[in-house]
Design a protein around this ligand. Sequence first.
Ligand SMILES: Cc1cc2nc3c(=O)[nH]c(=O)nc-3n(C[C@H](O)[C@H](O)[C@H](O)COP(=O)(O)OP(=O)(O)OC[C@H]3O[C@@H](n4cnc5c(N)ncnc54)[C@H](O)[C@@H]3O)c2cc1C
Ligand SMILES: *[C@@H]1O[C@H](CO)[C@@H](O)[C@H](O)[C@H]1NC(C)=O
Ligand SMILES: *[C@@H]1O[C@H](CO)[C@@H](O)[C@H](O)[C@H]1NC(C)=O
Ligand SMILES: *[C@@H]1O[C@H](CO)[C@@H](O)[C@H](O)[C@H]1NC(C)=O
Ligand SMILES: *[C@@H]1O[C@H](CO)[C@@H](O)[C@H](O)[C@H]1NC(C)=O
Ligand SMILES: *[C@@H]1O[C@H](CO)[C@@H](O)[C@H](O)[C@H]1NC(C)=O
Length: 480
Amino acid sequence: MIVLSFVLLSLVHISTAQIAGVVCLQIAASISSSSNVFLPGSLSYTSDIFHWASSSSDISACSVEPGTAADVGKILQIVGASRTPFAVKGGGHTANPGFSSTPGVHISMSRFSEVTYNATAQTATIGSGLVWDDVYAVLDPLNVTVVGGRFSGVGVAGYSLGGGYSWKSNLVGLTVDNIVGYELVLPNGTLTQVTATKNPDLFFGLKGGLNNFGIVTRFIFKTYPQGQIWGGLITYTVPNMAAVNQAVANFASSVTDPKAQIFSAYNGAVGVPIMAQMLYYDAPVLPPGIFDEFLSIPFVTKDAGTRSLSSFVRLFPTNITTGSRSIFDTVPVTRYTPAIVDAILNETTFWSARLAPFGGLAVSYNIEPFLPSAVPSTNPATAFPGSRTAGVALCPTNFFFLWLPATSDDIFHNAMHQSVAQIKALAIAEGVLGSSKYTNYAMFDTPLSDIYGQNVPRLQSIKKAVDPLNVMGLAGGFKF
Ligand SMILES: Cc1cc2nc3c(=O)[nH]c(=O)nc-3n(C[C@H](O)[C@H](O)[C@H](O)COP(=O)(O)OP(=O)(O)OC[C@H]3O[C@@H](n4cnc5c(N)ncnc54)[C@H](O)[C@@H]3O)c2cc1C
Ligand SMILES: *[C@@H]1O[C@H](CO)[C@@H](O)[C@H](O)[C@H]1NC(C)=O
Ligand SMILES: *[C@@H]1O[C@H](CO)[C@@H](O)[C@H](O)[C@H]1NC(C)=O
Ligand SMILES: *[C@@H]1O[C@H](CO)[C@@H](O)[C@H](O)[C@H]1NC(C)=O
Ligand SMILES: *[C@@H]1O[C@H](CO)[C@@H](O)[C@H](O)[C@H]1NC(C)=O
Ligand SMILES: *[C@@H]1O[C@H](CO)[C@@H](O)[C@H](O)[C@H]1NC(C)=O
């Protein structure tokens, strides 16, 4: 069945591929020797089009690895003039099909791999082709960090252009609050530097606007001193789930130390829950009273203690699901009530049992309590609104299903809609529904207003000014 649908997919794409094939040759003839075009069958092509979720991959006519911003400009001019569908991929971790894949020209940013620390400015210039692991590997020995990803393998680019919930967010805000500049290739191919003073509209738009405004080649991040942290990963299962839920709800309602953060992954396979609990404290020594309840519950596995931030980021086995089909969606909440935590455990057991016969591997519901300080109302506005209401938090609960057969896609997408509706109705009843769905967790069919709220008109007018020919409309994603 999988093989058959794969063949059918390729047939449907032949005409686009043939047209794009000519465009690929045109690109190959135009770019400098720092860049390359690769065809299906080559190793570079295979790794270029690869995604963490196989449902986010597509068979493109070719892949291009630009090595300079000028070549990114040439590629955009060629695909724009020929109206060829294209994609831009950073770390390839989107769970939305078509957001960083295409049957046309696939652009991989992998050659933008710079990490340069400027101790005077307290900034780091970071290439858009990196994953966070690469960034931390360079910054760790310098005892500095940036407000980046919480898990291994995730790309800098999509994460940072969507919002960015980080282990340091309660202390200093989202990733978008901590980027001071962008090197951006505009949709017409012109290279520009975007800062708050040089181009306030694009500076606002890139803080959540994903690929609507062009292709980012480099980000300039604020850096922060970073020593060792206290962190752990503990797994629990039945019969301790009631105690676990209690601990999660108690933490969410009582801990206000911004150095403390938890990430509770309620995983289920065939109706059996296995909860993976990440505990983070942004100092080498854990003060008493923060995670006591979690530490006293009988566990399945436990790895906790003082370590580097980058080793903590590698602790969670994000790559065990690599290659399965996946979908994310989210119900934002202002806080996690005990009823919501209980309902999420119920969704975990319910849907993992219900979906198993359709090739379901597992479901995962991630409770992510954040303090209001993670979306600082005092900070400048950003495209992803976060909420930015004084004293109100925006916790981006992630719902995540994974399965194998492509023929089951609709079943899993529909189940996701039902599960989101179930928890959303409860969040409304409890008076805790958050104002915006998080860009990087929202499912592909989410209306723009559910993510960007009252920012939609401004984002649409910025988009119209910078991309009057809608070149970026040839790439998938949430479109202004
Ligand atoms: C295991 C896992 C853990 C995660 N953990 C977190 C977390 O802790 N916090 C959090 O906030 N999110 C998290 N996410 C969500 C994550 O932010 C998104 O998956 C994001 O899309 C990843 O970025 P990427 O570069 O890997 O994705 P890609 O699939 O490469 O790109 C995603 C989007 O960005 C666009 N894009 C990529 N590069 C560029 C560029 N150079 N210029 C313009 N547009 C570009 C693409 O076209 C696409 O629309 C996680 C996801 C996974 C799978
Ligand atoms: C580092 O930042 C300082 C202060 O902004 C600046 O003057 C200097 O040129 C930067 N150094 C490099 C190598 O870019
Ligand atoms: C980083 O911190 C460690 C431990 O305190 C120290 O030994 C090392 O010299 C520091 N490195 C730099 C570049 O400051
Ligand atoms: C997951 O990552 C680890 C560590 O980088 C690696 O050894 C392992 O092969 C990876 N597994 C998969 C399935 O990619
Ligand atoms: C468990 O979840 C299912 C699916 O959302 C729902 O139909 C059922 O009512 C829930 N049960 C409880 C006890 O909440
Ligand atoms: C490209 O677009 C930018 C922003 O709209 C504009 O300033 C610039 O003049 C354009 N360049 C060309 C060559 O048209």
